[in-house]
Design a protein around this ligand. Sequence first.
Ligand code: MN
Length: 131
Amino acid sequence: MARVLIVEDNAANLALMGYLVTALGHTVEGCRDGRSGLEAARRQPPDLVLCDIQLPVMSGHELAQALRADPAFRELPMVAVTALAMRGDRENALAAGFNGYLSKPIEPRTFGSQVESFLPPALRKGLPNQG
Ligand code: MN
């Protein structure tokens, strides 16, 4: 079981991601802006962060940079989840400190296995083949 921090300002997307990650057997904490996400991570360090890019107060890039600047979070897996699809967005997310990038709209059939691929193997719950 992993503790997964999800930072997403869109309530429907947050609910969907939270449902899908919880269904895997992981624990979810949701935040609606980047600053809240940063505070939540510092309060109770997660095993994985799923993060929107366009967020109120503090962007996903700013959140990723702030976490990576802290030695405690240097190895923390962080995944950008965003509808941004412009050329260069992936590179920008990686430059900000994200380990990877998942595109919206969220695909419920594959989202769980994509998320788990970013977790350390010991924390994966394993999924039935959803092919
Ligand atoms: Mn957003």
